[in-house]
Design a protein around this ligand. Structure first.
Ligand SMILES: Cc1cc2nc3c(=O)[nH]c(=O)nc-3n(C[C@H](O)[C@H](O)[C@H](O)COP(=O)(O)OP(=O)(O)OC[C@H]3O[C@@H](n4cnc5c(N)ncnc54)[C@H](O)[C@@H]3O)c2cc1C
Length: 279
């Protein structure tokens, strides 16, 4: 059964709610995408721009999953980067480090360009500070700062000492920080909904309340929903930890995890400016 989005700041401040139909009937496309979060929707934009015929099926609402619950921070951090670099070294040799470094920032450019190209209103802002909660954390920030300089990204970075911190944050807790003006923050739900509208304008067929219950192999794959089927040359499963498709192989390896983001009511201008003073 289709579920509503969770109660959150993002969902309370949606600019333009989605209203895609439930899937019914039988259609034929190049690519069927299962899941309407960032992975599925961004892929739909990319493929539609390249001229593929795409259908996207979302069990609940667009941005219902992790995409609608996240912090909205677009930073250069990559989970599992050390393991990724090690694996890539087998194929790319010395270029693995460069590849992973470029990967850190590639998403920033895609998002920035897409927001501008399609005029997506998602409160995109630049600037991020990573703080040192303990003195030892400054060593890590110093390494990141040095690497950014070595790789020609120094103009975006400022290493902030403990003495300089009051100029940035109205808190006595931190031992310094690293400002990165390439990093961004945005309203995740409005970005995803905006990308979904862009995909639709390019020809993607989008469906909500349309859970995929099976994928049947064949010359063309058949994606099965309770009220119809999509035949496709290729299928992208973008259901994150929520989907049950292909579970036997993945059993026990995927699970939804929770963490918290909080938002205050709108702060008075002076208090807001005193809390985060400068980035
Ligand atoms: C609390 C939290 C904070 C985070 N903060 C950040 C952050 O600040 N910055 C950052 O970059 N990342 C952050 N992330 C990670 C980021 O949100 C995820 O990596 C990203 O949203 C994953 O997108 P997705 O499209 O792969 O999955 P999801 O957004 O989870 O989308 C999967 C979709 O698939 C649908 N689906 C599943 N099964 C089926 C099916 N059988 N049929 C049809 N549809 C199906 C679901 O309904 C869901 O809508 C955070 C994550 C969480 C949970």
């Amino acid at each position: 059964m289709s579920a509503k989005r969770c109660a959150s700041y993002y969902n309370a401040t949606i600019k333009q709610e989605s209203d895609y139909p439930e899937f019914e009937g039988d259609i034929r496309v190049d690519v069927a995408i299962i899941g309407g979060g960032f992975t599925g929707v961004a892929t739909a934009v990319e493929l539609s721009e390249k001229g593929y015929k795409v259908a996207l099926l979302e069990a609940n609402k667009i941005a219902w999953g992790a995409t609608g619950r996240n912090g909205g921070q677009v930073t250069g951090s990559l989970s599992g980067d050390a393991a990724m670099t090690k694996q890539l070294r087998r194929h790319l040799g010395q270029d693995a480090e460069n590849y992973v470094w470029n990967l850190r920032w590639r998403g920033h450019d895609i998002i920035k360009n897409r927001v501008a190209k399609y005029g997506i209103d998602c409160d995109l802002k630049f600037g991020h500070i990573q703080t040192a909660y303990r003195p030892v954390h400054m060593q890590e920030l110093q390494q990141m700062f040095d690497e950014a300089n070595r790789r020609g990204m120094g103009e975006f970075m400022t290493l902030v000492s403990a003495q300089e911190m009051p100029g940035y944050l109205g808190s006595p807790l931190y031992h310094g920080g690293l400002v990165n003006r390439r990093n961004m923050h945005l309203h995740s739900v409005n970005l995803c909904l905006g990308e979904a509208r862009s995909a639709q304008s390019l020809g993607t067929q989008l469906f909500e309340h349309s859970q995929v219950v099976d994928i049947l192999p064949g010359e063309l794959a058949t994606v099965v929903t309770p009220k119809g089927t999509v035949k496709a040359n290729s299928v992208l499963i973008a259901g994150n930890a929520y989907h049950k498709l292909g579970r036997p192989k993945l059993r026990g390896m995927l699970f939804p995890a929770s963490l918290g983001n909080c938002a205050t009511a709108k702060l008075p201008e002076e208090l807001a400016n005193n809390s985060i003073r400068r980035i």
